[in-house]
Design a protein around this ligand. Structure first.
Ligand SMILES: Nc1ncnc2c1ncn2[C@@H]1O[C@H](COP(=O)(O)OP(=O)(O)OP(=O)(O)O)[C@@H](O)[C@H]1O
Length: 891
């Protein structure tokens, strides 16, 4: 065998003990980057190193060989690891953190070649974070699990950084909408449902974490949940379906895996019922920009303009309310009463000042629960309780509405814990318990004693320095301390000579000579050092013990403490919404069982805010009357020029409905909203090429969802449906859609369109009326008044708007000529009115008529249909096939 080959062969066999350990651990975490602790660094090897180096933009080096090849390596210092972890998690990686479980010295005791014992202590994933620096304070971080047992489905979700834990049974068709509501940071699915749900999840941009089916086993789930809560049976929490158990069990199993057996504090699971929530699907959420604007950020969303909360907990409560408005009159009423009180209360400003000082109680608790906290988290609990106490005191016996009266009760009851923390902690403790220095003097006698010894020792050092300086006759002599030598005496080389010769050399023992300095010690100094060290260590030990007992005391009351946290958030939210309502002149909506929808002087909160900040003139308030009579529908058909404000008007009414049902005041002079079950909002034709669908296909898929799901309590907002295709197809589809919504779904709705032909429906269908956004024409130009009035628009003003947009004058002049010619041609051919009168107006019934049966054998259409395999088609191919079928039909 030749030399080089032999060397490669050696490389194959010579796996170092450390590399063997690395490979063994790595094999357990194939889907995660392994942060392998080596001294002060986390090192990554092989593919992990390449991926991390690229993602973190750090140098990729190499270390040793494996199977004859260089081992790629990169590393990050432990003290700066959090920043790197944040980047990796944001980029979608999961990270297994592997620590050294013993010191190298301990390993050596087992034999010279022993490798330090290492273990993965935590698997970091986007849904299981607790670190302040890795989380957004004002947002939830939901880990969601989707369970299924036969035809039953359920979602369970938890935010381990706050302890929230919920479960909800749901129909398969609702999965997309509910996931859009929760916006999970991480979704767990079983490998058995993964494939089936890929399209839904893909649409939402969710890449699930796929677990084995054992994680979703519903009987194992019961055991896991009982262990988590330390109970014999789950009966005390309610009775759960198999699917709900499967989802909750998988979630707890995953926490067990990622937290390595250290389970977070989770509140008792709370069942949410879809029937109690206003239903909003994913497309509507996007379209109404509830918590994110179209460009993805929080800026420009409804949430961003209504958030006046002053605590992170309050902000998260608001996010929950905006994402999940209620459908329950009692719930809405209670929330509105809380705001009524906050509007009138003279205490408001004082309470908000106190709330501003409330730290993030939920997240501090969660870190303490996972034993990832520190003295600062203890102080957060103390500070929150202190403010809770002060707020309760300020409220006194004030007459509060139910919601806040209950919250006030939850503010109390922590006197003992507060007194304990108050006595035990200094005002501003350090982040980590490691170095001590957080327990207040006077709290623990033993600690005070040890600290005294340690500190006295330090003053003895100062005295000793003066004494030695005199003895040696060297004024510049200093006693210093470093981690290598401990305490030592230092002097310049010029004076050292004297100290190294008799008689001084009997006292001063030489330790080290550096470039300019010589260092000594003495017997006395060494003894003193030992005393200081011992006292210091003892103080540290005592502090660590006290830290644990304070942590225990807090955890013993975790459940009540999180109630207190929620109570503070309720006050914060009510006061925040009241402040907003006062500042922006919002009104209290009347919400009841009727089918009313009557808004006077309504405004769009986000557009109005934008106009305010740009100083671009006032927002024009508009009325909207969609009150439905009896069982009938009530639809307003809105026509008007481009840029007139149609979309704004449509959305503002959907937002007012949503705000009213989340239990907030609304941007209007007056608002009467009969309970709404679902809100649908669609905009015609926005391209969705990223998901491989044509503009028109998206529009139709979304319209289909509405026609299939809307009930007579739905509010439907359609903006230019049908515009993504040829004029007559579009008009026909818009026409039939409107008829269906009116006759079958019987919704309350707003329908904006450029098809002026549709306006004749107002005369034909009871419950459909016309409205238009007014403009003035002046000197050939349009002036937008943004006023919604009864009646239909006479024309589109498209050419004028194009002119405003800066199209060259030659083009707009030519367009005007063409438009005149077209309009004249149309008038001469046949009045469109005639065409419209011929159409089967109540075609919802006509559509239901059975299609004529073919005489014999399959028709070409049927043959083609039979050959289609929908599962194998992309949306684009499906659309193509649809066109083919249509052509075949006409042939
Ligand atoms: N009520 C209003 N008061 C003041 N300004 C308004 C009002 N409504 C809309 N605007 C302004 O007009 C702009 C255009 O509004 P919007 O997008 O709603 O028009 P549109 O009729 O839907 O237009 P298009 O048909 O071209 O989509 C808005 O960005 C806003 O600045």
């Amino acid at each position: 065998m030749s030399g080089p080959n032999r060397q490669a062969g050696d490389g194959m066999t010579a796996v170092t003990p450390m590399m063997a350990q690395y490979l063994e651990i790595k094999a357990e975490y194939p889907d995660a980057l392994l942060f392998y602790r080596m001294g002060d660094f986390y090192e990554l090897f092989f593919d992990d190193a390449a991926a991390a180096a690229e993602a973190l933009d750090i140098a990729l080096t190499k270390r040793g060989k494996h199977a004859g090849d260089d081992i790629p390596m990169c590393g990050v210092p432990v003290h700066a690891a959090e920043g790197y972890l944040l980047t990796l998690i944001r980029k979608g990686f999961r990270v297994a953190v592997c620590e050294q479980m013993e010191s190298p010295a301990e390993a050596k005791k087992r034999g010279a070649k022993s490798v330090v014992r290492r273990e993965v202590v935590r698997l970091m994933t986007p849904g299981t974070l607790t670190e302040e620096s890795l989380l957004e304070a004002r947002r939830h971080n939901f880990l969601v699990a989707l369970g299924r047992v036969r035809d039953e489905w359920a979602l369970a979700w938890a935010d381990i950084s706050t302890g929230a834990f919920h479960v909800m049974p749901l129909a398969q068709a609702r999965i997309g909408a509910e996931l859009a509501r929760l916006a999970p940071s991480e979704l767990l699915v079983s490998d058995t449902v993964d494939g089936e749900l890929r399209p839904v999840l893909g649409d939402l941009g969710i890449y699930p974490t796929v677990l084995g089916r054992a994680s979703f086993d519903s009987s194992g789930a019961e055991t896991r949940l009982c262990t988590l809560y330390g109970v014999q049976t789950l009966a005390g929490f309610g009775s759960f379906s198999r699917a709900e158990l499967a989802a909750m069990g998988a979630l707890v199993d995953y926490l067990d895996i990622t937290q390595k057996g250290r389970l977070p504090l989770l509140r008792a699971p709370q069942r949410d019922a879809i029937s109690r929530l206003l239903q909003i699907d994913a497309a509507t959420r996007r379209n109404l920009e509830l918590t994110h604007s179209m460009n993805g950020g929080r800026q420009g969303s409804l949430l961003s303009v209504i958030d006046r909360t002053v605590t992170p907990g309050g902000a998260r409560l608001l996010e929950r309310r905006v994402s999940s408005p209620a459908r329950d009159l009692a719930v809405i009423g209670r929330r509105l009463e809380a705001i009524d009180w906050a509007m009138d209360s003279a205490l408001g400003a004082a309470l908000r000042d106190k709330l501003r000082k409330v730290p993030d109680l939920d997240r501090a608790l969660s870190r303490l629960g996972l034993d990832r906290g520190g003295p600062r988290d203890l102080a957060s609990v103390r500070n929150a309780l202190e403010q809770a106490e002060e707020i309760a005191l300020a409220l006194g016996e004030a007459d509060l509405p139910d919601l806040l009266a209950e919250a006030r009760t939850a503010l109390h009851g922590h006197d003992e814990l507060l007194a304990l923390l108050d006595a035990a902690l200094i005002a501003e403790p350090p982040l980590l318990a490691r170095d001590g220095g957080f327990i207040a003097p006077g709290y623990d006698e033993g600690l005070d004693e040890a600290r005294k010894l340690r500190d006295e020792g330090r003053s003895v050092v100062a005295a000793m320095q003066a004494q030695y300086a005199e003895q040696a006759g060297v004024n510049s002599l200093k006693i210093k301390h470093n981690n290598v030598l401990g305490y030592f005496i230092e002097t310049t080389a010029t004076h050292a000579e004297k100290m190294m010769s008799a008689p001084l050399n009997e006292i001063f023992i030489h330790r080290q000579t550096t470039a300019n300095q010589v260092r000594f010690t003495t017997v006395e100094l060494t003894e003193l050092e030992t005393r200081i060290l011992n006292a210091g260590n003892e103080a540290l030990e005592i502090e660590k013990r006290l830290y644990s007992s304070l942590r225990e005391a807090i955890l013993a009351q975790a459940a009540q403490l999180s109630e207190t946290g929620l109570a503070l958030s309720e006050f914060d939210l009510a006061l925040g919404l009241a402040d907003l309502a006062r500042a922006q002149d919002w009104c209290r909506p009347q919400v009841d069982e009727s089918r009313a929808f009557d808004i006077r002087g309504g405004r769009h909160p986000v557009v109005e805010r934008a106009l305010q900040t740009q100083g671009a003139g006032p927002f024009i308030a508009n009325d909207c009357g969609l009150t439905a009579e009896g069982e009938a529908a009530s639809v307003t058909l809105l026509t008007g020029p481009n840029m007139a404000g149609k979309s704004t008007f449509l959305r503002q009414n959907a937002l007012i409905a949503l705000l009213a049902q989340m239990g907030s005041y609304v941007p209007a002079k007056r608002a009467h909203v009969g309970l709404i079950s679902q809100i649908f909002s669609r905009v015609g034709a926005s391209d969705d090429l990223a998901r491989g669908r044509s503009t028109f296909m998206v529009e139709m898929v979304e319209t289909a969802a509405i026609l299939n799901q809307a009930d007579d309590r739905a509010l439907v907002i359609l903006d230019e449906i049908g515009r993504g295709t040829a004029t007559y197809d579009g008009l026909s589809i818009a026409w039939a859609t409107l008829e269906h919504l009116h006759g079958v779904n019987r919704v309350r709705g707003l329908f904006a369109t450029h098809y002026h032909e549709l306006t004749v429906l107002a005369g034909k269908l009871e419950g459909v009326k016309n409205a238009t956004v007014a403009v003035k024409e002046w000197d050939g130009e349009v002036i937008f008044l943004h006023e919604v009035r009864d009646g239909a628009a006479d024309r589109s003003y498209g050419v004028q708007v194009a002119q405003l947009a800066g199209l060259p004058k030659a083009v707009t002049d030519r367009a005007r000529t063409i438009l005149d010619a077209l309009e004249q041609g149309e008038r001469e051919r046949a009045a469109p009115k005639a065409l419209i009168d011929d159409l089967p107006l109540f075609s919802a019934a006509a559509v239901a008529a059975p299609a004529p049966k073919p005489a014999a054998g399959p028709s070409p259409v049927e043959e083609r249909l039979a050959s289609i395999l929908p599962d194998d088609m992309s949306p684009r191919e499906a659309l193509q096939a649809l066109y083919e079928l249509k052509t075949l039909l006409t042939e």
